[in-house]
Design a protein around this ligand. Structure first.
Ligand code: APR
Length: 313
């Protein structure tokens, strides 16, 4: 049966998600936004592109949750994006309020969906979304690690003049300035990265990866990155819908893994037909552990700020 994919938020990322999902024919698409005409306009435009490309996909734009009922997958980008000079954390109060409404509506209309959150500040918003929706933790997951890893991989490919597909890499931790790119878990054509790059160069690339989102905002001025975030969200949705069981770095609920309890943070997980089927625990060196723990502390601190805004979290 044709799958139903709802995109909550039809802005820059939402529209790009709809386009990518239609090209891949992953299912019928409901583009939802409080700005109804924006959702309707984008849905119509993309629907017309399907007849150019001969794709078998139905799209609608709406501001009614009724139209989203019984979705198989929901990808959430509702909220505000960063402007130049802002951190992801600056978005917390506004996006928390938006996500409360979204979470409650998802619970009411699509309790069996696999829900992917993209709204920032990611780790806290996905945690709030899980609480507000009451959906099981394996069905609510955040998109961050694939995006951060894709930036790390791209910068390495440019530096080493190697195609991106020959590089395997990983970025863990929270989706913020303390994220942890993992050079020791990175290989280029199967070879260890440390044999191929000078330490100083690697440090620069790690720093650029951490600030990858801000670099793009500085260019765009009016919004934040959307192509790579959308591509990353689609990879997660596809792994779920087709039961691909890919191992992907995502913001997942930790229940003791990596020594962390009751918190969402970026770790490698297996995504298949049951949602997050497994958290993969990789061995971390002492230095990596230290960095990971620092990142976890940043997520916990922001969670505390969120709790001060809504004590029910
Ligand atoms: N319900 C549904 N949609 C909403 C709601 C709501 N309650 N509130 C706002 N929106 C919509 C806006 O109308 C807008 O169209 O969310 C959309 C957000 O789109 P953009 O502003 O273009 O932002 P985008 O670049 O897509 O990023 C969305 O993802 O990566 C994160 O930091 C980013 O938090 C931001 C989110």
């Amino acid at each position: 049966m044709t799958k139903k994919i709802t995109l909550i938020g039809a802005g820059q990322i939402g529209g790009t998600l709809a386009h990518l999902i239609s090209i891949k024919e992953l299912g019928d698409i409901v583009l939802f936004d409080v700005a109804e005409d924006l959702a309707k306009g984008k849905a119509l435009d993309i629907a017309q592109s399907t007849s150019v490309d001969g794709l078998n996909v139905n799209l609608i734009g709406t501001s009614s949750y009724k139209d989203t009922e019984n979705s198989d997958v929901i990808i959430i980008t509702a909220g505000v994006a960063r402007k130049p000079g802002m951190t992801r954390d600056d978005l917390l109060a506004t996006n928390l309020k938006i996500i409360k409404k979204v979470g409650e509506e998802v619970k009411r209309t699509s309790p069996n969906a696999f829900v992917i959150c993209i709204t920032n500040p990611l780790d806290i918003i996905v945690m709030a979304l899980q609480k507000y929706s009451g959906l099981p933790t394996n069905k609510v997951v955040g998109m961050a690690g694939i995006l951060d890893s894709s930036r790390f991989k791209y910068f390495l490919s440019q530096e080493l003049k190697v195609p991106v597909k020959n590089i395997e890499t990983l970025v863990l931790g929270g989706h913020g300035d303390t994220m942890v790119p993992m050079p020791n878990h990175t290989t280029v054509n199967g070879k260890s990265l440390s044999d191929l790059i000078k330490k100083e160069k690697l440090e620069l690339i790690i720093d650029r990866t951490r600030k990858g989102g801000a670099e793009i905002i500085k260019f765009l001025q009016k919004g934040s990155a959307f192509y790579a975030p959308a591509a990353s969200g689609v990879e997660m949705a596809e792994s779920y819908l087709k039961d691909l069981k890919k191992t992907l770095p995502c913001a997942a609920y930790l229940n003791g893994e990596y020594g962390v309890k009751h918190l969402y943070a970026g770790v490698p997980v297996v995504i298949g037909k049951n949602g997050v089927e497994k958290v993969i625990e990789i061995n971390l060196s002492n230095e990596e552990k230290e960095q990971f723990n620092l990142s976890i502390k940043a997520v916990k601190d922001l969670y505390q700020t969120a709790k001060n805004i809504d004590k029910n979290l």
